[in-house]
Design a protein around this ligand. Structure first.
Ligand code: NAI
Ligand code: MG
Length: 532
């Protein structure tokens, strides 16, 4: 328990961000929050026992403990979920191991084509149940149900459809070799691409279903087995997805789902010696702990971490209104709870005032409300912890002398609502400029010189994404090459596709999700050399 105890200690020191609490005062403005009942279908799902999926069986945590899941629009408890801990993680890893290590198991005997068809079926089932998943996601996470309907659920289905096609296309190479000390011998050398083994996956709460899909799709396409730990704030759609995975015909024990807290379920998964690879999405702080925990058996690690992405608007815009709308949605989409949020908006001086007032106006117009309410454009933040964190940054920014152009307030006296916020007059050393806020808060600053803005954009420990707005094709390409980020969007933002790799430079992570790039990170390459 040595390393685990160490993780516990570290978590206690860093949460809940005491340095940000209690400075200044973010005021609270009123917000009418209508009472909304979920549909009968969702109510019945919520009322049932929410258990762990281990070895194909739904069961309670070994301890019998549960934890509450909250509706972030009201703070009320909507479900009780099994609180898995190290004992359950161990059982799940053993179940995944037993499947992987048994060459006669149905999963290992299945042809790639059969595997592909099952993965495809998961995508189909998600689309068939789109409305239900969107409602559940909205209730659990707070995002507008309309957004979940057009983005979260279809994108999740698509990654399964995309990965289904890869199952039959994971190929090695034949390699002509020239062994200097065996000049006259003949060889046949080739590579095999094999699954890594038991994968542990730990995901966050900002896109609960989509993060599960990004993670499980490649696991299944490459023939690994897995233990997935959803975020404690939003475990519900992953559990419902577990039911669809069974319905699609994935054999028992291939996908195991253990709900629980980071410290008590995530940490033992990351440290488990029966796990061959760990894939994590979440904070950079916990990402570093995952790396340490993985040292126990040197399991492979991939990480998708935080960001503080620059979004650069040049003055040569053909349609400034479209750019303003794009810059606003770059930060306000998903309430700014995006690792790639365009949270540093840099605007060329000549159009600075126009862009800032445009984005501020867009911010003021956004209709806040519960995700399930008609007309809601932005829901609550996911949790009280995030509310404290985001308002803590707003306080810190104002204390340091920055000025709020729009928003800057907590909204309503229940639920976790924050106004979309635009802040100017910042300095590069302020925490609101340097650190990931993970809320609907953008800092805006003017620039005059292209070299200056490239340097400032790259002056961050992160490197997840960046945006460029210009009609000058040469400038767009030149700046895109110079930005140290895993994704660069030009004249668009937050465009995701299953075929496009996503991941970070620098402290934004290790490895990539999606595209064929992710498959390399779920396979081992075996070189086979045959003397003829
Ligand atoms: P977190 O990194 O603590 O949580 C993400 C996942 O890691 C959850 O499943 C959690 O249970 C698990 N976890 C937590 N501690 C762990 C540990 N010691 N060992 C193993 N797993 C652990 O993020 P949190 O606390 O929810 O949010 C804090 C900040 O992290 C946010 O304000 C945001 O800045 C950042 N974040 C970034 C995300 C991204 O997509 N890159 C997603 C969520 C949060
Ligand atoms: Mg945390």
């Amino acid at each position: 328990m040595g390393p685990l105890a160490d993780l516990h200690r570290k978590r206690r020191v860093t949460e809940p961000h005491p340095q940000l609490k209690g400075i200044g005062t973010v005021s609270t403005a009123s917000l009418e929050i209508p009472e909304i009942q979920p549909s009968p279908r969702i109510q019945s799902f919520l009322s049932g026992a929410k258990q762990l999926l281990i070895g194909g069986q739904w069961r309670n945590a070994a301890s019998g403990e549960t934890f509450p899941v909250f509706n972030p629009a009201t703070g009320e408890t909507i479900a009780k979920v099994a609180a898995g801990d190290a004992v359950d993680i161990d059982a799940a890893v053993r179940a995944a191991r037993a499947v992987f290590d048994d060459p006669k198991h149905a999963w290992n005997r299945m042809t790639p084509s059969q595997r592909g068809r099952i993965i495809w079926k998961i995508g189909d089932l998600l689309l068939e149940n789109l409305e239900e998943f969107a409602e559940l996601e909205s209730l659990d996470n707070g995002k507008p149900v309309g957004v979940a309907q057009v983005a979260d659920v279809p994108l999740s289905a698509d990654i399964f459809h995309y990965m289904a096609g890869w199952a039959t296309k994971i190929e090695g190479n034949t390699i002509p070799i020239s062994v200097p000390y065996a000049p006259r011998a003949e060889f046949h050398a080739f590579t095999l691409r094999e699954p890594i083994g038991v994968v542990g996956q730990i995901i966050p709460w900002n896109f609960p279903l989509l993060m599960a899909a990004w993670k499980l799709g490649p696991v299944l396409a490459t023939g690994n087995t897995v233990v997935l730990k959803p975020a404690e704030q939003t475990p519900l759609t992953a559990l419902r997805l577990g039911e669809l995975i069974q319905e699609a015909g994935v054999p028992d024990g291939v996908v195991n789902i253990v709900t629980g807290f980071g410290e008590t379920a995530g940490a033992p998964l990351a440290a488990h010696e029966g796990v061959d690879k760990i894939a994590f999405t979440g904070s950079t702080e916990v990402g570093k702990m995952i790396v340490q925990a993985a040292g126990s058996n040197l399991k492979k690690v991939t990480l998708e971490l935080g960001g503080k992405s620059p979004n650069i608007v040049f003055k040569d815009n053909e349609n400034l209104d479209a750019t303003i709308a794009g810059a606003a949605s770059a930060i306000f989409f998903n309430h700014g709870q995006c690792c790639c949020a365009g949270s540093r908006l840099y605007v060329e001086q000549a159009v600075f005032d126009d862009v800032v007032s445009g984005v501020a106006e867009a911010a003021r117009k956004i209709k806040l409300g519960p995700g399930l309410a008609k007309g809601t454009e932005m829901g609550p933040l996911v949790s009280d912890e995030q509310l404290q964190r985001v308002t803590g940054y707003l306080n810190a920014g104002q204390e340091a002398g920055a000025n709020i152009v729009a928003g800057g307030q907590q909204r309503g006296d229940r639920g976790y609502f924050v106004s979309p916020t635009v802040i100017q007059d910042t300095r590069e050393d302020m925490s609101i400029v340097r650190e990931e806020i993970f809320g609907p808060v953008v800092v805006v600053d003017p620039f005059e010189d292209i070299e200056e803005i490239i340097t400032r954009s790259n002056d961050t420990p992160y490197g997840l994404a960046a945006g460029i707005w210009t009609r000058d094709i040469s400038k767009a390409h030149r700046v895109a090459r110079r930005l140290r980020a895993g994704t660069v969007w030009v004249n668009c933002y937050n465009i995701f596709d299953s075929a496009m790799p996503f991941g970070g430079y620098k402290q934004s992570g290790w490895g990539r999700e999606m595209g064929h790039e992710v498959l390399d990170l779920y396979t081992e390459t075996k070189a086979v050399c045959i003397g003829l």
